[in-house]
Design a protein around this ligand. Structure first.
Ligand SMILES: NC(=O)c1ccc[n+]([C@@H]2O[C@H](COP(=O)([O-])OP(=O)(O)OC[C@H]3O[C@@H](n4cnc5c(N)ncnc54)[C@H](OP(=O)(O)O)[C@@H]3O)[C@@H](O)[C@H]2O)c1
Length: 300
């Protein structure tokens, strides 16, 4: 069985990686922040060097996009320095590193889905700190996979789906941004991709083409408003009431951090090189809602 070290094991993505590992034939040492602070270079070195890991998966990150605008030092410590420590330690130990990054490295001005080699131009501190993390990983560890994802939600942790369900219980009408587009991504589906890749890379015979930067999101795209409406359409029979969802513009809902208008990622490279593609986002959302909500009432 392959042994994989996972950082950020308590986050929404890390939690899914940890709970799915055994089914993927992977023995996962899931390190939460209390077990491994990735900003601590010596601790990272010690844990990466502890045993002959098949791969390291970095799911730890500073993800508070708006707070990062006034907390840049902390964001850079986790999103740039942490991956740099991991990449250095992995290179030293000869272990492949799978690192997770974000659509927010782009400014969203492209009229088509973003490809891996499109120019990056983050709009805020979070995106810039994640981009710095990508650059560190690329320069320090040749055996890396950077998976850029977007609009992640799951059963565990805070996310848009859970926020909509909560607000829907509290209010009759919701106003949701309709001029930002992206690809909702189930944390569990992304976790499966990470585990599959970790299993393959761990064989130690992966060709050079297996490494590099890849996009990985659910298939299809929507706006936040479209996402919210679909959540309530799927949940309708299981909620006491359904709020009206009104479209608004980004300008109607100012936030400290600017966000890309187009966050849609082209995931063809992951399919071409690794034969992996996530499900259509609506299918994955239906499954997650089945875990979050009481069962459908039986007909009749
Ligand atoms: N969520 C999204 O919509 C989204 C979109 C695009 C990309 N991503 C990327 O996907 C990855 C996973 O994100 P997620 O949604 O699972 O985020 P998350 O739920 O916030 O999980 C991140 C985890 O990292 C931990 N962490 C923070 N600082 C750490 C440190 N110094 N050392 C070790 N662990 C630390 C956090 O612990 P605390 O809770 O204690 O801080 C948290 O458990 C990240 O790389 C993120 O940038 C996410």
């Amino acid at each position: 069985m392959r042994r994989v070290l996972l950082t950020g094991g308590d986050g929404q993505l890390g939690w899914e990686v940890a709970r799915r590992a055994a089914a993927a034939g992977v023995l996962c040492r899931a390190a939460g922040r209390a077990d491994l602070d990735i900003t601590d270079r010596d601790a990272v070195r010690r844990m990466v060097g502890e045993t002959d890991w098949s791969a390291v998966i970095n799911a730890a990150a500073y993800t508070a996009v708006d707070r990062a605008e006034t907390d840049a030092a902390a964001a850079y410590a986790v999103n740039r320095d942490g991956p740099a420590h991991l990449a250095g330690a992995c290179a030293e130990a000869g272990v492949p590193l799978l690192h997770v990054s974000t659509d927010y490295v782009f400014d969203g001005s492209k009229a088509a889905p973003y490809r891996e080699d499109d120019p990056v131009a983050p709009l805020g501190v979070y995106g810039a700190s994640k981009l710095a993390g990508e650059e560190a990983v690329r320069s320090l560890c040749a055996q890396h996979i950077i998976l850029r994802t977007a609009w992640v939600y799951g059963v565990h942790g805070h996310n848009f789906v859970k926020t909509m369900l909560r607000l829907g219980r509290e209010r009759d009408r919701l106003r949701v941004v309709d001029d930002q587009r992206g690809c909702p991504t189930a944390a569990g589906d992304l976790a499966d991709v990470l585990l599959t890749l970790a299993g393959r890379l761990g064989a130690g015979q992966a060709p050079e083409s297996a490494f590099g930067t890849f996009h990985a999101t659910g298939q299809g795209d929507t706006s936040w408003c479209g996402f919210a409406r679909h959540i309530f359409a799927l949940a309708e029979s299981r909620l006491e009431r359904i709020p009206a969802v009104d479209p608004i513009t980004t300008a109607d809902f100012p936030t400290p951090a600017r966000r890309p208008a187009n966050s849609v990622l082209d995931c063809d490279r992951l399919a071409r090189v690794h034969g992996l593609r996530l499900r259509p986002w609506k299918d994955a959302l239906a499954e997650t809602l089945n875990s979050l909500l009481p069962p459908q009432p039986l007909p009749g």
